[in-house]
Design a protein around this ligand. Structure first.
Ligand SMILES: N[C@@H](CCC(=O)N[C@@H](CS)C(=O)NCC(=O)O)C(=O)O
Length: 209
């Protein structure tokens, strides 16, 4: 087994954030799937979530803690700004993704499609429609932020961009949010630049089926 193991399915946006960070730093690791709701996961994570990183004796959960640890422990380009203001902006946008974008765009919208697909049913139209204003607001907020700078915390990509990109990847595939992303010109420009990075190309999740 590798010295560094990342637990969690590569389908998860949070697992992908950790994988992008590891790829940006050029760190080798083993990605092991672990069943949600399983005893194995409860033993790894007190709240039964993914990702979990095991590095020798250190076990870490919470993707922001994992991403910061990887950035600060390994050689490779720094993924967090040095100056306090830009670093605070990075942290602000990570929190905004976790506290606002994920609940509205993933839990409230995209996962409605995913659960329906797994169940072999049509998605609940009323639930999708009710989620759309929140998704639009979220995309508007990030579009506006990206009108002033190429990346969320300034001139180069930081961990904040690695939290947002996996969500936009999925939204672009949806019938309602896909066109919203395309129309959000700064966000669409940012995503195109992000999608070209080898770290994103290496971590494209398997198809949901
Ligand atoms: N704040 C956590 C969120 C992790 C999270 O919610 N992961 C999802 C998968 S994308 C999960 O484990 N969901 C299963 C559950 O909540 O039971 C982090 O950043 O690691």
């Amino acid at each position: 087994m590798a010295d560094l193991v990342l637990y969690g399915t590569p389908i998860s946006t949070y697992v992908r954030t950790a994988r992008i960070t590891l790829a940006e730093k050029g760190v080798a690791y083993d990605n092991q799937p672990v069943q949600l709701g399983s005893e194995q996961l409860r033993a790894l994570h007190p709240f039964g979530r993914i990702p979990v990183l095991q590095h020798g004796p250190l076990k870490l959960f919470e993707s922001f803690a994992i991403a910061r640890y990887v950035d600060e422990s390994f050689d490779g380009p720094p993924l967090q700004p040095d100056n306090p203001a830009s670093r605070a902006l990075m942290t602000q946008w990570v929190s905004a993704v976790v506290d606002s974008a994920y609940p509205s765009a993933m839990r409230g919208y995209l996962l409605v499609y995913v659960r329906a697909q797994f169940a072999g049913e049509a998605p609940d139209r009323a639930v999708i429609d009710a989620a759309l204003p929140g998704v639009r607001h979220c995309l508007d907020v990030f579009d506006q932020a990206l009108q002033g700078a190429p990346y969320l915390a300034g001139e180069s990509p930081t961990l904040a961009d690695f939290f947002l990109a996996p969500i936009i990847y999925y939204l672009r595939e949806t019938p309602e949010a896909g066109p919203m992303v395309d129309q959000a010109t700064a966000l669409a420009r940012w995503y195109d630049a992000m999608a070209e990075r080898p770290s994103l190309q290496e971590t494209i999740p398997p198809a949901l089926e």
